[in-house]
Design a protein around this ligand. Sequence first.
Ligand code: TRP
Length: 328
Amino acid sequence: MNQKRVLSGIRANGRLHLGNYLGAVKGMLSLQDNPDYETFYMVADLHSINVPYEPLGFRQAVREVVLDYLAAGLDPEKSTIFIQSEVPEHVELSYLFSTVITVARMQHLPTFKEKVKAYPENVNMALLYYPVLMAADILAYKAGLVPVGIDQEPHLEIAREVAQKMNDRYGLALPEPVRFATPGEYVPSLTGAGKMAKSVEGSAILLTDSLEDIKGRLAKLPTDSGKGGSVPTEGGVSNLFKFVELFLGEGRVNELRKQYMNEGVRYGEVKSEVAEVIYKELKPMQEMRAELEKDTNKVDKIITEGAEKARKVASETLQEVKQAMGLV
Ligand code: TRP
């Protein structure tokens, strides 16, 4: 009974990559395996359509993320796995929540400003609304814990504000959700700048990449001559060292740091070493995925049952909120 609820989601604007895996999915897995928590994990399809996207095949892309989830170890026996748009209560709840948040507050969010910069021709209402829908995703389950990457912190702040205001104004008891962080949460981009992102060309290693793919992608990570007075703290070399730290450990990074300041680092060898360990971690998931791809019925059933289970909880919350707001 008294289990604490957890909710998380990933958008469907591309296949899952190593950044999603280390930053979000690993946290999702560890909470799923902890009996103190009841876990709800969704594919945020409604959060994926506020940027230009291809409707043809979109449903399939959403399904692919479900497969990625299952292959990574999310287990329908332990977690409720569902597709956001199949639980329409989220949208209804988000509208109710939008009454307590100002437009100015939304416009000042760094994530909104980034999207405005990236798509100046497409600053639509849904983009502004994004964090309110996310608050509804979380609060529909009264989830207190959200395993997501650090970039989502501003959105969680909105979810807390929504909870506070709804509680103050309407006497509800919604929790103020906090982020559940994983140790490997900052996975750098292969472009040498910023973090790994599916929207940036050449930035990511996908969970479905072969060893050759991974080697090819790492080969493009820009480096330098391999030698110098101090190891760069940003750019390609710094990112490569971060990968070494994440996958080979602190000890190996320290060795490389020494080499950099003495005889020099041979990047080709380091990249190939990193590629091998990454692939070793991904291989069992890829095998599991191949099995799931053959079993369409099983996946369909997981998706249908997930939505049913999620709706049960979300509709209860929605009813409570409507009652508190005097709508019923
Ligand atoms: N905004 C999240 C991201 O881009 C995806 C998301 C949507 C989400 N709704 C959520 C994450 C609710 C956690 C909880 O990664």
